[in-house]
Design a protein around this ligand. Structure first.
Ligand code: PHE
Length: 453
């Protein structure tokens, strides 16, 4: 069952696949979520666990997803189904695809709300309200914005419309050309900002120490679970996004090498974001554990002090918004591709359908910082916090276990040999990590977290 192309279109080269997959991986997870969860979980030790998860669990699972996608060449649901059948296994393995499509809905429903915050910050920074602002003004502006249901829902809706529009146009030209220019620009701007933070904050070393000093006593099993969840989230793993993109990847590219490149770029962006944000946090006497608002308070503050900060700040948030869009598209791709295959309909219809459902669910998150801010689902977690916590820390790693088990133990060896023939050198390491390391590690973290709570 070696298919050479997909009905949904193909990336024009290996590089385009790398850019698209990095576009999926690099997003709010790196620039917004990584610094604040690292801050909430005490920095250093958390970051090391996170890096360990990226390399020992993330890369092998990413390679598995690309491999399965490329072998199946369809939406993750149908890919899993046909690859399972071709391997002589039960077609029930398609449940991986179903769980993934469902996780994509849940994740995008809060992701797009945060992306809406980003869009509104493009305008706020552009308007110059933060020029010369102090920490209080930055804090008040943020709480004022998220406290207003109308503006939050408005920007959230805008972001969803954009996502549906690009998705409807197809993965081909629209997306490829977008990521081709945006990803390098984002990199360049991050480096400029990092230099800025290093030179002007006077607290760069403090930021480095916070991110990298290993203080074991700060680590609980709960923070290990969160570090692992963050690794899955930031690499877009466990829900089929990379599998869907892998279906459009040319046969000639090596899989493990490509997965490693993507993971390195993604990790680089996350660490750089941390090295931009924490020096500014310490320089301005802000709380490192400030939570989801961290990026929305520190960066405007820093831009407000910076020469031409109004311009750079605005451009930076535009880029964060684009990073978010290139991720959002990959969150709906599994569901959209499946609808196109199943209902034999167009991408326009499929994208509208998925977009509407995500929008309805997302209202819960949009209201979590205002009308529903006192409505807790579990403990002190709002609707937004709960969906974020459950999808990242439970659903994605669970999907990851199944993907690893399938690729490691069930997949037919002929398919495996065919897909991995350009990866012979790293194959044994991949095989070991996928068969044993990844599933066992995820299982241990789950069990320990449950036992400890
Ligand atoms: N990786 C994306 C980010 O870091 C989020 C994402 C998760 C995208 C899962 C697709 C699938 O922002």
């Amino acid at each position: 069952m070696v298919r050479t192309d997909s009905i949904h279109g193909m990336w024009s080269s290996r590089l385009m696949f790398i850019l698209a997959a990095s576009g999926s991986a690099v997003g709010l997870g790196n620039i917004w979520r990584f610094p604040y969860v690292a801050g909430e979980n005490g920095g250093g030790a958390f970051v090391l666990v996170y890096l360990g998860c990226i390399f020992l669990i993330g890369i092998p699972i990413m390679a598995s997803e690309i491999l399965l996608g490329r072998a199946g060449r369809q939406s993750p649901i149908n890919t899993m189904r046909s690859v399972a059948i071709a391997s002589g296994a039960s077609s029930r393995w398609q449940i991986i695809g179903w769980m993934g499509a469902f996780a994509g809905f849940m994740i995008l429903s809060f992701y797009a709300v945060i992306a809406g915050w980003v869009l509104s910050y493009v305008i706020l920074l552009g308007s110059g309200v933060f020029v010369g602002a102090d920490a209080d003004l930055a804090n008040d502006t943020f709480s004022g914005f998220i406290g207003n249901p109308w503006s939050v829902v408005g920007w959230f809706t805008g972001f969803m419309v954009l996502t549906v529009f690009i998705t409807a146009r197809g993965v081909g030209k629209g997306l490829e050309t977008t990521v081709k220019y945006l990803m390098p620009t984002l990199f360049a701007l991050l480096i400029i900002l990092m230099i800025y933070a290093a030179v002007t904050s006077g607290h760069f070393i403090e930021g480095v120490v916070f991110l990298f000093s290993f203080e074991l006593e700060k680590l609980t099993w709960d923070s290990v679970l969160i570090a692992m969840g963050q690794a899955f989230f930031t690499l877009s793993l466990g829900m089929g996004a990379i599998m869907a993109y892998g279906a459009y990847m040319p046969k000639s590219a090596s899989i493990i090498g490509t997965a490693t490149t993507i993971a390195l770029m993604d990790t680089g962006v996350a660490l750089m974001s941390g090295l931009v944000i924490f020096p500014l946090v310490f320089a301005n006497g802000l709380e490192s554990s400030a939570g989801p608002g961290l990026m929305f308070v520190t960066l405007p503050l820093a831009f407000g002090q910076m020469a031409s900060g109004q311009f750079f700040g605005c451009v930076f948030f535009i880029l964060v918004a684009f990073a978010a869009i290139t991720s959002a598209i990959s969150l709906v791709e599994p569901a959209v591709a499946w609808i196109v295959e199943r209902l034999k309909t167009t991408r326009v219809v499929a994208a509208l359908l998925v977009g509407t459902l995500v929008w309805l669910l997302g209202l819960g998150s949009a209201f979590s910082t205002n009308v529903l801010s006192d409505f807790y689902i579990v403990g002190e977690m709002t609707f937004l916090d709960t969906i974020d916590y459950v999808t990242n820390n439970i659903v994605l790693p669970l999907g990851g276990i199944f993907i690893a088990l399938f690729a490691g133990w069930v997949l037919d060896s002929k398919i495996l040999d065919e897909e991995m023939k350009r990866d012979l050198f790293y194959f044994p390491a991949w095989r070991f990590l996928t068969r044993f390391m990844a599933p066992v590690a995820v299982a241990i973290v789950f069990v320990m977290t449950i036992l400890q709570n």
